[in-house]
Every structure is written in C-alpha cells, then in structure tokens.
Design a protein around this ligand. Structure first.
Ligand code: ATR
Length: 279
C-alpha cells in the first residue's frame, strides 16, 4: 500500500497519477489518500508503520511536523527542512524531499533552463520556496532574491540559506514594488512558489514588461493552467511553464523510490493535465 497524508487531501491529484502508473505497469500496489486531522500525526505515522505501508507522500500541514517521527532523513530533506515522501527501508521510515528534484527536472524539460550561474527571483517564502531555494542553490545558482508579502518570513529563509550556501548571493526585495528596471532586467528566472494565481489573482507589484526577452517564468500553480502571471509572460513573448511538470516529476521520483520502477514516460503528466482540464 502507498498513500498520502495531509489535511485536506481529497483534492489531491497524486492518487490519480500514481494509480494510473501502477495499473499501466501491472504492479500489485494501491495508492490511497488519508485525511489526517492536524492533531493526529503521531497516531497516523504509527498506524502506517503497523500496517506495513511501503511509502507515502506528505502534504500540508505535515511536511515539517513529520520530521521527528521518522527514523532517517535524506540530505535533501534535512537541507530543505521538509519531507514530501516517506519510504520504508527495512524497518525504517526514511524521509525525502522530492520537490526540489521535481522543480529542477521541470525547469530543464519545460523551459530548457539550467540554474548554473543564473540570477533568480523567488516569489514567496513558505515551504515550497524552501524546496526551490535549496535545490537552486545546490544546482549552482549565482544569485537568489526572495520577495515575500511578510518580510520577516523571507528574512528567516535568507538567514538559513546564507549559512548553508555562502557562495550564493542571497538577498531580499519588496514584493509590492518589483519595478526596478536594472534589477528585473538582470533576472534569468522567476519562480512563483505562492498560491497567488489560483483564483486568477496576480502580483500587482511585478512588472513583467521590464524583464529581458530571455527571462523564464515558472509558476508552481497549475490550476488554472495559465495564471495571470503566465498570461503576462505569454503576452510578452517570454518562455513560461506552470507547476504541472513539477508535480509529475516529483511523483515519478517518489514512485521509483517506492516501487523500483519508472512510470511510462509522460504518463503522470498526461493524466494530471487531463484532470486539470476537466475541472
Ligand atoms: P507552501 O508550503 O505551499 O509554500 P506556506 O508555507 O503556507 O505554503 O507558504 C505560502 C507562501 O505564499 C508564503 O510565502 C505566503 O506569504 P506570507 O509569508 O506573507 O504568508 C505566500 N502567500 C500566500 N497568499 C498570498 C497572497 N495573497 N499574496 C502574497 N503572498 C501570499
């Protein structure tokens, strides 16, 4: 048995993409969503151990809270400070963070983008931003600037990653006033890690027209498939991608950890796309 724990989880597309891959490969697994109340995490982890579950995904609000209840953490999970995938290895539950790898793979496949030497603007400073910043620093980014609604949250992240990656130029800027021509013109990649864009909301302070033609825009939001930020990127002729590729790529990484098998190429993305288009 495989699954996902979180609250809420009923909206999650992970059961669909994993069960589709399981069926296609004829594997003897099933992937189940487990809605766990926010005060029930310890009992849930104990229950999953006792029941002999092979592995599971972890989503909001447990990505950081689960860490003390696992036996071991991968270097990525430790670095990012969050777990998105747990795998049973012998009698141990080992925590991984597959989001960073998912983002890097999607950036390469969807935007033909490699972070080495790049100047990057991150919108947001929550859990998703941590994963992105950790992966981009490790992948050799030259500079990362964080713009967040609540400045203190960005400051916390900045201090953490400055200590971990003294080589990378890390800085903050104001989310409501991203209009400095010199700064924006130097940016190679913008990554939205916030939920802004989900309800057709947009970043009023970000002027995409000031970016150079080679700038890539990545939005982790995938419903709608084209957020106002991506629509603006499209209108300006910039390369852009939504978060569907990242969701599928992190799913492929988790699936391989659990089953030792690779899902058929493109299958997870195709079934996610079909599901989002129907909604
Ligand atoms: P996740 O794990 O998905 O990253 P999170 O840790 O709750 O979720 O972080 C959400 C991020 O989206 C934060 O950076 C949050 O900004 P604050 O630190 O100011 O809370 C950002 N965010 C959420 N709603 C937003 C909005 N309407 N405008 C701007 N930023 C928003």
């Amino acid at each position: 048995m495989l699954g996902i724990i979180g609250s809420p989880v009923t909206h999650s597309l992970s059961p669909l993409m994993h069960n589709t891959a399981i069926e296609a490969l004829g594997l003897d697994y099933v992937y189940v969503p487990f809605a766990v109340p926010s005060d029930g995490l310890i009992q849930a982890v104990q229950g999953l151990r006792t029941l002999g579950v092979t592995g599971f995904n972890v989503t909001i609000p447990f990505k950081t809270a689960i860490m003390p209840y696992l036996d071991k953490l991968s270097p990525e999970a430790e670095l990012i400070g969050a777990v998105t995938t747990v795998n049973r290895e012998g009698n141990s539950f080992v925590g991984y963070n597959t989001d960073g790898r998912g983002l890097l793979r999607s950036l390469a496949e969807d935007l033909d983008f490699a972070p080495q030497g790049a100047d990057i603007l991150i919108l947001g400073a929550g859990g998703a931003a941590r994963g992105a910043i950790g992966a981009l620093c490790e992948a050799g980014a030259e500079s990362i600037t964080i713009a967040n609604r609540t400045r203190t949250n960005a400051e916390e992240l900045l201090a953490r990653f400055k200590k971990l990656f003294p080589r990378v130029k890390l800085d903050l800027c104001d989310l409501v006033d991203l209009t400095s021509t010199d700064f924006l013109h130097g940016i190679d990649l913008v990554v939205n890690t916030t939920s802004v864009g989900m309800n057709n909301t947009s970043f009023a302070g970000l002027d995409v027209s000031l970016m150079k033609p080679s700038t890539r825009i990545y939005d982790m939001v995938y419903a709608p498939l084209e957020t106002p930020l991506l629509a603006e990127a499209k209108a300006r002729g910039l390369k852009y991608a939504n978060g569907l590729g990242m969701l599928a790529a992190q799913g492929e990484v988790a699936f391989a950890l659990w089953t030792g098998c690779k899902p058929p190429s493109g299958m997870m993305r195709d079934c996610l796309l079909a599901a989002v288009e129907v909604k």
